[in-house]
Structures are given as C-alpha cells and as structure tokens.
Design a protein around this ligand. Structure first.
Ligand code: HGY
Ligand code: MN
Ligand code: MN
Ligand code: MN
Length: 372
C-alpha cells in the first residue's frame, strides 16, 4: 500500500489521472474519455527476497511512456492507461489484479483466498479499508480495450547469451500450482521402528526425487517443475513428521503436455502414498493457460527495435505474466530486456541501465504508433 501511495504521487506529479479500481490495481490515465483504451502495465508486488525489477520496471516504464507522451502534447487518437496490477506473484494465489479486470474471479474465489499465514484476502484488504468483494467491480469488457502491452525483464539467460538487447515475446508458458499435503502419523523418533512408521516427509522426498523422471516421461524439453516450499508438522526434531506440506509449480507452453504432467503427478503421488501407508491431498492454487502474443504487436515491437538500432530476438516466456490473463480480453504484446546472468526471483536480479532505456524507447515508439 505504501508503494501504491508513492506511485500515485508520481502519477499525479506527471499531470496524469490516478484511478484505483476495486482490486486495488492502480491506473495512470492519459486522455481518458471512456472510449476504448490502449493499456501498458505490469505489477509492483514481488516475491520474498526478490529483486527490484520483476514487475516494477514494467510499471515505471509504462508511466514514463505516458509522461513523455503527455509532455509532447501531441493529439492522441485513443486514451492510454498504465496499470500496476495487484498480487501478480501470488500472496493470494497470483495474477489477482489482472484476473479481476478480465472477470475471472468469482465471489467464492475471493472468499477462499488466503496467504501462507492463513490471513484471508478479505481481512487483509479490510485492514487497509478496502472491500475485497469490490474486486468484482474491476472487471472490464473486451470492447473497452484495444490492446495490452507489457515490458518485463527476461528473468532468464537467453538475451544476454545472444547479446540481444530486446526480446520480442512470441508466447507465454502455462502453469499449474498445487499445495500438496502428505498425511502420516506423528510419533516418537526414538521408539518407532523404521519399518513401522508413517513418515509424511518420506512421501514428499520420494515425490521430489521422481520429478525428473516424471518430466522425462510425460513432459517436453520446455517442462519445468519446482518444489519451492516444504513445511513439516509438528516440526520437532525428535518427532516423526505427521504432515508434510509442499508447494508444486509446474510449467509447459503446451496445454496438453501440462494436462499429462498433472495426471502423471497425481498418479505418482497416489502410488507412493500407498507404498508408505500415507494419505495425500492436493489443492489447486492456480492454473494459467499458455497464450500466444498477437502477431501484429510482435511485428510492431520487432520493427520498433530495428528502427532504434537494437539487436533483437524472438523468444518464449517461461515466466507467467499479467499479459497472459489480459489475453482473455484483448491482443497482447510483450517486450523483454536482458537479465544480468539470467537472475530473477533473487536479490541479484539486475538489468543494465542502457538496456532499460532501450526497452523503454521501444515501448514508447510502439505506444506512440498505436495512439498517435
Ligand atoms: O512465477 C512467475 O512466473 C512470475 O514471476 N510471477
Ligand atoms: Mn516474478
Ligand atoms: Mn513479473
Ligand atoms: Mn520424550
């Protein structure tokens, strides 16, 4: 909320109109008259221990583009918006702000959204004077948008390795996120013989070890699977864990491959739980479909980079983005700038200033063509 307040100040200082919608997405608007608009944006939330650019760079570049177009005082054919989306990274599931705009949230989704500490979205928003149910009012119609553009750091090593300054994104990977709960029997670490215990952690360890094989047999070269968080309960050194709770993040650009992976993982969990006398349950926290970027926008970004003299290449995105959800409403395009050593979701995340400037100028040129 402090970041939103800061951003609102920057929007107003630039002579633009600030508008916070029901999902707490913050919009900067130029030439707003209620007619269909072009939108640029990204998110200002971040992962724990993350870097400064994942998300925030795209919002600030968007704001700078609007500021510059306002300063040039040229006649615009369409209104322009820059949006900072809420909860892209997933404190409450992920892509919350863009899903609200795309009309993908139900009252039930809002009621059940909770963070890892068990704080509900409803209570978190209420503590800041916001009504979570108002997120339903953030919904926009497809007719109200002409296109959505997003600039983001690549978060991978490809642009740097190819000495390219601009990545022209062709498509964005799909993903599912589960919470898996293995349930065994908590018991004394010293008195329970190894062959008579039901250790919930054993189930998670065996599943984690099976992941490379599950991907080899059911995935593609572009499949990824990550367990980024494990919690053992009761969590004492001299007690056999009765519950092991872990996250699972699985990605592939092909929806059928993703479905095969989900099925293979469910079967593997079920077989190993049976073998160890455990029970398991899983909850789907998020499912995002892969999307293709708009051919016309791909072409425009490519030509803008060429005109500005930047090395460019086309590539897929292995990270998910708000653009993916906005693709439900309108055509989307994405510009990537290189990540130093491919680092992201890490404090080491960085992009050279000249690459940021190059990306911002490509975004400005594309927006200028669209509204000018
Ligand atoms: O998880 C992702 O791909 C993104 O950074 N939210
Ligand atoms: Mn991220
Ligand atoms: Mn991001
Ligand atoms: Mn004791």
């Amino acid at each position: 909320m402090e970041a939103r307040a800061w951003l609102r100040g920057r929007i107003e200082d630039a002579g633009l109109t600030a508008h916070q919608d029901g999902a707490a997405n913050l919009h900067a608007r130029l030439g707003w008259d209620g007619s269909p608009s072009y939108m640029i944006g990204s998110h200002i939330d971040t992962v724990p221990s993350g870097g400064p650019l994942d998300g925030a760079l795209g919002v600030l570049v968007g704001l700078e583009c609007l500021r510059r177009l306002h300063e040039l005082d040229l006649p615009l054919r369409h209104p322009l918006e820059c949006v900072a989306f809420s909860d892209e990274e997933g404190r409450f599931g992920g892509l919350l702000g863009s899903q609200a705009i795309a009309g993908q949230l139900s009252p039930a989704d809002l009621h059940k959204a909770r963070d890892l500490e068990g704080v509900s979205l409803i209570d978190a928003m209420a503590s800041r004077g916001l009504d979570a149910m108002a997120a339903l009012d953030a919904r926009r119609s497809a007719e109200s948008l002409l296109a959505y553009l997003e600039l983001h750091i690549e978060q991978g090593p490809v642009l740097e390795a190819r000495a390219a300054t601009i990545g022209v994104v062709e498509g964005i990977t799909g993903l599912f996120k589960w919470e898996i709960r293995m349930i065994g029997t908590p018991n004394h670490a010293g008195t329970t013989p190894m062959d008579l215990r039901h250790d919930a952690f054993t189930g998670v360890v065996e599943f984690a070890a099976a992941i490379p094989r599950l991907l080899d047999e059911n995935g593609s070269a572009r499949s990824r699977a990550t367990i980024g968080r494990v919690e053992l309960q009761p969590g004492s050194a001299n007690t056999v864990p009765g519950r092991a709770i872990c996250s699972l993040d699985v990605r592939d650009p092909n929806p059928e491959v993703l479905a095969n992976l989900a099925e293979a993982m469910r079967r593997s969990l079920s077989a190993l739980a049976r073998r160890h006398g455990l029970m398991f349950e899983f909850e789907i926290l998020s499912e995002v479909e892969p999307v293709a970027c708009d051919a016309g926008l791909i072409e425009r970004i490519d030509r803008a980079a060429e005109a500005l003299g930047h090395e460019r290449m086309r590539l897929p995105s292995g990270a998910v983005h708000d653009a993916q959800v906005m693709a439900k409403l309108t055509r989307v395009g994405m510009i990537f700038v290189p990540s130093l050593q491919g680092m992201s979701h890490s404090a080491a995340e960085w992009t050279a200033w000249e690459d940021i400037e190059a990306g911002a100028n490509v975004a400005l040129r594309v927006l200028g063509e669209l509204v000018g």
